[in-house]
Design a protein around this ligand. Structure first.
Ligand code: TRP
Length: 336
């Protein structure tokens, strides 16, 4: 039986927050320890370029995300952890795939269509206003990421499912023309992973500016938790856990028994101020050891750089010979 290869990318445009932790980092790290699985994790810094044009921010985000995954215990001996831009074969493959990808396929990408629609709705004469080619061909770069390592399983959020389907379309067309060379991947969407709400009760997301950074220092963490939206129920009045952001976040960190305990305290009318204190203390204790390690890595980026280079070396054991094979198939060959 052929072993599944899991691969997932993290775009380096922000500071890791507790929503990222619960939704992607924690399950990713758990999977990285599974000796029966082959896992690739990478920092999608070329993808970040399509979304942000601030060089300092991309650079800083790369360090922060890498340091977070390492501090939380990613097993980099078992899994391959690398930076996209260190794998020179990826942009080569991107161009090869670009050459046989229909423009019409890219026209259908939700990510592109959403911006066109926003332009139309705001009455812009040019529907493509502000749209860079990188946004338009984003799915092809993503296809190259996935196909470069013969991935079979791609764990992603629901919003990325279409991109994985496009990867299949791209690979299929390529294989039809050049022979059976690329491996067909499929998206893996885990509906059980929690999607956390943010400070204002909407989905926690950097685009809403409502996040709690995973490694905020104690003071900041307390301050942010105190800001989480609750309602006007007084201490002593029974409260519903359903729809309570404070409870939702607590539950994402705590054991089932602990959550059941808090559920009881809600019914007994716990004061919101007290619940915030409970949540702060819980998260703070949970995060403390990793936060110290995270800080150590941020202060010593050479350690992080070393890890990424180690990962790139492992990854290129696959990508270098495979690109050679792909190039040969399309006619990019030595003359003798
Ligand atoms: N586009 C993904 C996102 O925005 C990140 C990503 C880039 C990715 N390349 C990938 C995810 C390859 C899975 C596989 O979340």
């Amino acid at each position: 039986m052929v072993q599944d290869i899991y691969l997932t990318g993290i775009t380096t445009t922000g500071t890791p927050h507790i929503g990222n932790y619960v939704g992607a980092i924690r399950p990713g790290i758990a999977a990285s320890k599974d000796k029966l699985k082959q896992n690739y994790y990478f920092l999608a810094d070329y993808h970040a370029l399509a979304k942000a044009e601030d060089p300092e921010r991309i650079n800083r985000s790369t360090l922060e995300i890498a340091a977070a995954w390492l501090a939380l215990g990613l097993d980099t001996d078992n899994a391959v952890f690398y930076r996209q831009s260190d794998i020179e074969e990826i942009p080569h493959l991107t161009w090869i795939l670009t050459s046989s990808t229909a423009k019409g396929l890219m026209n259908r990408a939700h990510s592109y269509k959403a911006v066109v629609q926003a332009n139309e709705e705001s009455g812009n004469k040019d529907p493509d206003k502000g749209i860079m080619m990188a946004l338009y061909s984003y799915p092809i770069l993503m296809a190259a990421d996935i196909l470069m390592f013969k991935s079979t399983k791609v764990p992603v959020g629901r919003d990325q499912k279409q991109h994985v389907e496009m990867t299949r379309d791209i690979a299929q067309r390529f294989n039809h023309h050049y022979g059976d060379i690329l491996v067909m991947p499929e998206a893996v969407i885990d509906d059980n992973t929690a999607v956390l709400s943010g400070l204002d009760g909407r989905k926690m997301s950097k685009s809403y500016n409502n996040t709690i950074p995973l490694f905020a220092d104690e003071k900041k963490l307390r301050k942010l938790i105190m800001k989480i939206k609750s309602n006007s129920l007084e201490p002593g009045e029974p409260k519903d856990t359903e729809g309570s952001t404070l409870f939702e976040i607590y539950k994402a960190f705590a054991s089932e028994d602990e959550a059941a305990d808090i559920e009881k305290r809600y019914a007994d009318g716990i004061a919101w101020g007290e619940m915030k204190q409970v949540l702060f203390e819980y998260i703070n204790e949970h995060i403390k050891p990793a936060r110290a390690e995270y800080q150590r890595l941020i202060d010593d980026p050479a350690v992080v750089e070393q890890e990424l280079l180690k990962g790139a070396e492992k990854a290129r054991e696959i990508s270098v010979p495979y690109l050679e094979e792909i190039r040969y198939a399309v006619g990019i060959r030595k003359l003798v």
